[in-house]
Design a protein around this ligand. Structure first.
Ligand SMILES: Cc1ncc(COP(=O)(O)O)c(C=O)c1O
Length: 389
């Protein structure tokens, strides 16, 4: 395909792609490590990582090799047959999560949908409790579990029997559980709500309440998983194990994949659920390469160390800038709360070659590749220093 310039791409896409996204007037064409390049050749430091989908960096050579090898060998053969990449990946994820069995799909929302069907199936109960501020996806079920009414109201009626309790309020959770409650779903850190980190004691408390009341606990690690917080799954910082974990985003470094992982004894029967592309050999080969890379390059330590360093550098910047109200996060999942609107700051950052996003009206979010270096963090800090001037 002949390369197009930015204007040509924008003109074509404005006519033929649905208007779901408010895009910046930039067309990205290639990436390398923590950097991406637009159609005009401009270089950007990607401190958003495609919204947490590139843990091992753009155009990672090991992942590219694994995908290229697999695409020349076998792509889709359907889930009527056993597949090696899928089996190997399932075993690795079971080990990493402390759980037993995987259902593979293609996105975070689908992983949560699988979890919702699974808990209804194994408990025979219907109700699912989630939290104020939660984001679990855009399909009817995952949207019902999501909090923000602005993104739900146009699409009601959603799936019934979902309710929300305040994040961090154990008493409210206990009193919301009824004889009809099948499960509780929570994010260990609420990403879309602006990086709300839950206290360890809240995670431990939710686990204890769910166990006591015989309700299944689903941990949504779609954004927090795959090493982002310095542990493979964020719930591991609290020393707990949920009954079900869902993850997606970074698992195959940008190639679509989602997975719902459940404890022994929590399983579907043949015919209960399916996905044509779920667990395809290309996505699974990519994910296997990602997990190997994370282990062999000690990427989780880098996420923990670079995350702590970036928070420290942001704290030093806060000393100079009255516009910074708060810095919060864990590992490489960080937000900067400003005293004014975040969107204009994000636009200025982009102009200056730094990608981040306005996760809420006043907060900027950073979810960089986990391979980020101190030198790159300094580049980000210098641009923020300039933009917040
Ligand atoms: C915690 C969480 N769950 C679910 C989703 C939905 O994932 P997807 O967009 O892959 O459907 C997201 C996406 O941002 C998320 O952050």
């Amino acid at each position: 395909m002949k390369a197009m310039n930015t204007q040509q791409i924008i003109t074509l896409e404005s006519k033929h792609v649905m208007s779901t996204y408010r895009r910046f007037p930039v067309a990205m064409v290639r990436g390398n490590g923590a950097y991406v390049y637009d159609a005009e050749g401009k270089k950007y430091l990607d401190m958003l990582g495609g919204i947490a989908v590139t843990p091992v960096g753009h155009a990672n050579k090991e992942v590219a090799k694994a995908v290229s090898r697999q695409i020349k060998t076998l792509t889709g053969v359907s889930n009527y047959y056993y597949m090696q990449q899928q089996a190997v990946l399932a075993a690795k994820l079971a080990k990493k999560s402390g759980l037993a069995r995987c259902f593979f799909c293609n996105s975070g929302a689908e992983a949560n949908e699988a979890a919702f069907k699974l808990v209804r199936k194994v408990t025979g109960k219907k109700e699912i409790i989630s939290f104020v501020g939660a984001f679990h996806g855009r399909t009817f079920g995952s949207l019902a579990a999501t909090w923000k009414s602005m993104i739900k109201d146009k699409f009601v009626p959603l799936v019934p029997m979902f309710k929300h309790v305040p994040y961090g309020d154990l008493k409210a959770l206990e009193s919301a559980i009824t004889s009809e409650t099948a499960a509780v779903i929570m994010e260990p850190i609420q990403g879309e709500a602006g990086i709300n980190v839950s206290a360890k004691r809240f995670l431990v408390g939710v686990r204890a309440v769910c166990t006591k009341r015989k309700v299944l606990l689903i941990m949504d690690e779609v954004q927090t998983g795959i090493g982002r917080t310095g542990a493979f799954f964020a719930y591991q910082h609290a020393g707990i194990v949920p009954d079900i974990v869902t993850t997606a985003k970074g698992l195959a470094n940008g190639i679509p994949i989602g997975v719902c992982i459940a404890a022994a004894g929590i399983d579907f029967d043949p015919g209960d659920h399916a996905s044509t592309f779920g667990g395809n050999e290309i996505s699974c080969a990519a994910a296997n390469a990602v997990l190997d890379y994370i282990d062999s390059h000690d990427i989780m330590s880098n996420a923990a160390n670079m995350g702590a360093l970036f928070m420290k550098k942001l704290a030093a910047l806060k000393e100079k800038k009255q516009s910074i109200r708060e810095i919060r996060g864990m590992g490489l999942m960080i937000a900067l709360e400003l005293d004014g609107e975040s969107k204009p700051v994000v636009v200025k950052c982009l102009e200056n070659g730094l990608i981040c996003n306005a996760v809420t009206e006043k907060a900027i979010r950073f979810l960089p590749p986990l391979i980020i270096t101190e030198k790159e963090l300094d580049i980000a800090i210098n641009i923020l220093d300039e933009v917040l001037r």
